[in-house]
Ligand binder design. Structure first.
Ligand SMILES: [Zn+2]
Length: 219
């Protein structure tokens, strides 16, 4: 099955894709070495695929796609309506606890002040398959206790099922992102025919590449 697209981002003409197992990377893709933190790296020109360490990447070079990889974590692609500067964010629980979504949105706003920002949340592990323990919940709680409570369902003692997509959406809304779209029915662990999943397949599985590209005609 080929890559997935966000109707919201497509509606404003922003080139992008959420990867599946079979999807081919776009030519010229640039992406950070991901370390589950909240740093943002900015791409202003074409160059080598791998950038420095970061978990959000801002792209402002016309026609040069920027991306991140995941295998259960949450991919978020962002663009202002004009599409002249874009961002991709890797949201695992550690990065979300560190504020990576907020950092990515803030960086985008500095590049495109006053613009309406659109965000799409792609394939990620669903609450059906993502049971976490107290240290994970404790790390996330300080960001937004109410949003975390709404995203969790108690399971065994000291554990809960966690909806990382909902946690990411709450972070986008808190950051003032005007439009947020969650791709539905895309649990990476439930559907390993289409997606790579660390939970379902172990850490050595592949990674899905998700990318977004600033539009040359918009800049
Ligand atoms: Zn699932």
């Amino acid at each position: 099955m080929n890559e997935l697209h966000s109707p919201l981002l497509a509606s404003v003409g922003v080139g992008h894709a959420f990867g599946t197992r079979d999807a081919a990377p776009p030519p010229g893709i640039r992406r950070p070495r991901q370390i589950h933190e909240a740093a943002v790296v900015r791409v202003t020109n074409a160059g080598a695929e791998l950038l420095g360490e970061a978990d959000a990447v801002l792209g402002s070079a016309p026609g040069v796609p920027v991306g991140i990889v995941t295998a259960d974590c949450v991919p978020v692609l962002l663009s202002p309506r004009a599409g002249d500067v874009v961002a991709a964010v890797h949201g695992g629980w550690r990065g979300l606890a560190a504020g990576v979504v907020e950092a990515g949105v803030a960086a985008l706003r500095r590049e495109s002040p006053g613009s309406e920002i659109l965000a799409a949340i792609g394939p990620r592990v669903g609450p059906c398959c993502y049971e976490v323990d107290a240290p994970v919940l404790d790390a996330l709680e300080h960001r937004d206790p109410a949003a975390l409570a709404a995203a969790t369902t108690p399971s065994r003692s000291g554990h809960a099922w966690l909806d990382l997509g909902a946690v990411s959406e709450a972070a986008l809304r808190r950051s003032g992102v005007e439009q947020v779209e969650l791709l539905a029915e895309v649990c990476t662990a439930c559907d390993t025919d289409r997606f790579y999943s660390v939970r379902a397949e172990g850490p050595e599985t592949g990674r899905l590449l998700h990318w977004v590209r600033p539009d040359p005609s918009s800049s």
